[in-house]
Design a protein around this ligand. Structure first.
Ligand code: PLP
Length: 491
C-alpha cells in the first residue's frame, strides 16, 4: 500500500467509527443530560460571563490533529455548555425561542444524517412529497382549497420576504427582468409589525420609505387609521403592493383584527382585485390549531399569504418556518429563476421541486421534525401545549394585577405579557434606565431570564412563555425574584 492508501484507510476508519450509535452517545448524552439538569428548575438559567471571557477561553490556533469524539464532547461541555442560555429551564421566560419538543430534537440528527436537499425532488425523493403533504395540512387549517401551496423557510423573516416578493410580482409583473421602475408601489403595515417587513422592503429595492406605517389602537392596527391611509394613497394615485397584518405581535402577542383589515383590502381593490393581504402569523399561527384560540385568527382565510413559524409556538427547535399562499402559482411567480442544471423540465419536476418556489437553494428537510412532532404528539396535543403557554401568560397577569410595583400593561392574547416596573417616587423618565438595569440584574442573578421592550415610548419588562414546563410556581418565583432584585437596587 502507498502512503496515500494508508492515510485514507486511517481516515475512513475514523468516519466509520463515528457512524455508530455508540460513537454518538457522548454527544447525545450531553443533550439528554441538559434536559435532565434543567428539568428540576434549579441552577442558573444563563451565564454571567462576558462574551470576551468566553472568546478568550476559545482563542488559539485551529486544531490540526484529530481528537477522539468523547474527548471532543468533553471539551465542548467544559468550554461552552456552562454558558448557554438554558431555554429548557422553566425559569427561562425570555425571547420567542422554544424549549423544543424532545422528539423533534432527536429528529434533527436524522435530518442531518440523511442530508436531503429540498430544492429538487431528485435530491429528496421522499421528503419533498412530505413537505407538500405537511404544507397541504397547514393550508387546510387556514381554510384554503387545493390551489393553495407554500414552502418551508428558515423562519418568519424569510417567509414574509417571500410573500412580499410574490406580492411584488403581482403589482409589477415584469419586475424580475426590469426592476421596480420609477414609481414603485408601497407596502402598508401596522406600527407593531416585525422588522421583517421594512427589511424586505429594503432587500427588494422598494426602499424603506415605501413602507407606510399605520398607528395602533390598544396595541392592534387601528382599522380607522388604515382606512384613512388607504384613502390618502388612493387619492394620490399611489399603488399598494400589500397590506401586512400581524397575528401575534412580537412585542405584546396581540392579534390584529383580520376581518376588519380584509374588509378594507376588499374596499380598496385596484385593477388586480382586492389588495394583497399578507398576515404575519409567525408567532400566533398555532392559534389555528386550538379551539380555544382559533377565534384570534378569524379572517385568516381571506389572506393571500401567511407566514407561520412552527419553531415558535409549536415548540420546534430552530429552524422551521413556512410561508403559505392561497394560490401556489403566486409563489412560483415570485421567483422566475432559470437553472437548467438544477430545476428539471417535465411535469414531475414542476409539481414536486421546491427550489423554484423558494428563496434558498440547498435547504434542510426541516419538515421532517415538524412531521415527527405532529406524529408523536398529535395536532390536538400541540394545540393544548399552545393553550398552556397562553394560560401561563394569563396566570402571570393575575399575579401582577393589583400590585403597585409591577403592573401588567395589557390582557395577554397569547403567551406574551409586557409589564411595567413602577417604583414609588421615581419619575417616568428615570424609569427607563432603571427598568433595563433591573432586567440585567435579574438575568445575571441566574434566577431566571426575561426580556424588555419599548412600548408607547417607555421601556417595559416582557416575558414570552415558550416552555411547557413553566408553571404557576415558576411565575411566582419570577415575581419574587424581581421584587428582591428591585429592593436591592433601590436600597
Ligand atoms: C411577528 C413576528 N414575525 C416575524 C418574526 C421573525 O421570525 P424569525 O426570527 O423566525 O425570522 C418574529 C420573531 O420574533 C415575529 O415575532
Amino acid at each position: 500500500m502507498d502512503a496515500h492508501a494508508d492515510q485514507d484507510a486511517e481516515l475512513l476508519a475514523m468516519l466509520e467509527a463515528d457512524a455508530t450509535l455508540e460513537a454518538a452517545r457522548p454527544i447525545l448524552e450531553l443533550a439528554a443530560g441538559y434536559f435532565a439538569d434543567t428539568r428540576r428548575g434549579e441552577g442558573p438559567v444563563s451565564t454571567w460571563h462576558s462574551a470576551q471571557v468566553i472568546a478568550d477561553r476559545l482563542a488559539g490556533p485551529m486544531p490540526r490533529a484529530p481528537r477522539a469524539l468523547p474527548d471532543v464532547a468533553r471539551r465542548l461541555s467544559s468550554l461552552l455548555l456552562d454558558d448557554i442560555n438554558r431555554l429548557a429551564h422553566p425559569m427561562y421566560i425570555g425571547h420567542q425561542v422554544s424549549a423544543p419538543l424532545p422528539a423533534a430534537v432527536w429528529t434533527d440528527a436524522l435530518i442531518s444524517a440523511c442530508n436531503q436537499s429540498q430544492a429538487v425532488r431528485e435530491m429528496s425523493p421522499s421528503f419533498t412529497p412530505l413537505e407538500h403533504q405537511v404544507i397541504a395540512w397547514m393550508t387546510d387549517l387556514v381554510g384554503w382549497d387545493e390551489r393553495a401551496g407554500g414552502t418551508m423557510t428558515s423562519g418568519g423573516t424569510e417567509a414574509t420576504f417571500t410573500a412580499l416578493l410574490a406580492a411584488r410580482s403581482r403589482a409589477v409583473p415584469d419586475v424580475w427582468t426590469n426592476g421596480l421602475g420609477a414609481n414603485p408601489p408601497v407596502v402598508v403595515c401596522g406600527e407593531h409589525t416585525h422588522y421583517a417587513v421594512s427589511r424586505a422592503a429594503g432587500e427588494m429595492g422598494l426602499g424603506r420609505s415605501r413602507v407606510i406605517v399605520v398607528p395602533s389602537r390598544a396595541l392592534r392596527m387601528d382599522p380607522d387609521a388604515l382606512r384613512a391611509r388607504l384613502e390618502t394613497l388612493r387619492d394620490s394615485g399611489t399603488r399598494v403592493m400589500a397590506v401586512v397584518a400581524t397575528a401575534g405581535c412580537t412585542a405584546t402577542g396581540t392579534f390584529d383584527d383580520l376581518e376588519a383589515i380584509a374588509d378594507l383590502c376588499d374596499t380598496f381593490a385596484d385593477d388586480h382585485g382586492p389588495l394583497w393581504l399578507h398576515v404575519d402569523a409567525a408567532h400566533g399561527g398555532a392559534a389555528m390549531l386550538s379551539p380555544r384560540h382559533r377565534h384570534r385568527v378569524q379572517g385568516l382565510v381571506r389572506a393571500r399569504s401567511v407566514a407561520w413559524d412552527p419553531h415558535k409556538t409549536l415548540l420546534l427547535p430552530l429552524s422551521a418556518g413556512m410561508v403559505l399562499l392561497r394560490d401556489q402559482d403566486d409563489l412560483t411567480r415570485a421567483f422566475t429563476q432559470e437553472a437548467p442544471y438544477l430545476f428539471g423540465a417535465g411535469t414531475d419536476a414542476q409539481v414536486w421541486d421546491m427550489g423554484p418556489r423558494s428563496f434558498q437553494c440547498s435547504r434542510r428537510a426541516d419538515v421532517l421534525k415538524l412531521w415527527v412532532a405532529i406524529e408523536r404528539y398529535g395536532a390536538d396535543h400541540l394545540a393544548r401545549l399552545y393553550d398552556r403557554l397562553c394560560r401561563m401568560a394569563q396566570t402571570l397577569h393575575g399575579l401582577l394585577s393589583g400590585r403597585a410595583d409591577f403592573v401588567p400593561l395589557h390582557e395577554p392574547m397569547s403567551n406574551i405579557l409586557c409589564f411595567a416596573w413602577t417604583p414609588a417616587g421615581v419619575a417616568d423618565e428615570a424609569r427607563d434606565a432603571l427598568t433595563d438595569a433591573l432586567r440585567e440584574r435579574y438575568n445575571r442573578s441566574g434566577r431566571g431570564w426575561i426580556t424588555a421592550t419599548t412600548l408607547n415610548g417607555r421601556r417595559v419588562l416582557r416575558v414570552t412563555v415558550m416552555n411547557a414546563r413553566t408553571d404557576a410556581s415558576h411565575l411566582a418565583r419570577l415575581v419574587d425574584g424581581l421584587v428582591a432584585e428591585a429592593a436591592l437596587m433601590l436600597r
